[in-house]
Design a protein around this ligand. Structure first.
Ligand code: ATP
Length: 261
């Protein structure tokens, strides 16, 4: 096919479509994050570079060419988190859980143990919501939370309503940060979670919620947040946030999510 001075064959069309698809996926991945602006800046410079090259502007294309070469390295550093998220997304979508045939033969490993501890978690959540006690509870599913557990104080105790209430009680040494539940046991308290940089999170939500979002971006954990300010219960997972939940709604969501293959 001839368009003006350009000769285009079907490989070129396929090439353009694949690049467009790839760029769209990258855009979706970084949408709302700070990296978004860097991405468009980079695309703009690349477009100028291509035009300068096509017009034979040697000096400008040489300078921009050098910038593009170093830029790839810079992009790897700037987009660290997004690249990690992208690879995790790929890893997850090729895992047994996402495979409809293998799924039939597979039972989630954490489900049974975690389900038995749900009642204590729900009862404690109810009390904390009523008393406006801030809390952040992370329940491990398939993704290993070892590195987050190690960021806090190891407890490794049987879960009980009283233990949870005691940990989150204001003015106690362990109340800051998150508790992590693993295999039906309270693994650790005072855990540090990654804070999300997403620009789509409501500005009304503070760091406790941002940390829950950050965790849900990097892992498949189930996360419960009790807001200190409003006494509101939220459930967060990598599917999004469910705000202002009743304890019954939370029970249904949590059971469903923990048992989901
Ligand atoms: N990265 C983090 N990892 C774990 N816990 C965190 C992190 N950042 C903040 N927190 C917890 O959140 C508390 C601060 O919450 P902040 O008031 O900013 O959040 P919020 O989302 O507005 O919630 P609230 O409605 O309870 O005020 C801290 O005291 C700490 O316990």
């Amino acid at each position: 096919m001839q368009i003006g001075f350009l000769t285009i064959d079907w490989i070129d069309i396929l090439d353009i479509l694949l690049v467009a698809f790839l760029l769209y996926q990258v855009y979706k991945l970084i949408q709302g994050s700070i990296a978004n602006k860097v991405f468009f800046g980079y695309i703009f410079i690349y477009a100028v570079y291509l035009v300068a090259k096509a017009l034979g502007m040697e000096l400008l294309s040489a300078i921009l060419g050098q910038f593009m070469n170093v830029g790839v390295l810079a992009l790897l550093i700037i987009f660290q988190q997004e690249i990690r998220r992208f690879l995790m997304m790929l890893g997850r979508s090729t895992s047994i859980r996402e495979n409809t045939i293998l799924k039939k033969f597979y039972t989630p490993k954490v489900a049974k143990e975690s389900i038995t501890s749900i009642q204590s978690i729900l009862e404690a959540t109810k009390v904390m919501a009523t008393s406006h006690t801030g809390a952040l509870i992370v329940i491990e599913r398939e993704d290993d939370l070892k590195k987050f557990i190690e960021s806090g104080d190891i407890i490794d105790a049987e879960i009980s309503k009283r233990l949870i209430l005691n940990i989150f009680h204001k003015n106690t040494p362990l109340h800051d940060g998150a508790i992590i539940i693993k295999d039906g046991r309270l693994a650790a308290a005072r855990c540090m979670l990654p804070v999300s940089e997403s620009g789509t999170i409501s500005p009304a939500l503070g760091f406790r919620h941002r940390a829950a979002f950050g965790m849900s971006e990097q892992t498949d954990a189930a996360i419960i947040v009790v807001s200190e300010e409003k006494g509101e219960i939220s459930f967060i997972n990598h599917g999004g946030i469910f705000r202002n939940m009743s304890v019954n709604d939370l029970e249904a969501k949590l059971t469903d999510y923990l048992l989901k293959v």
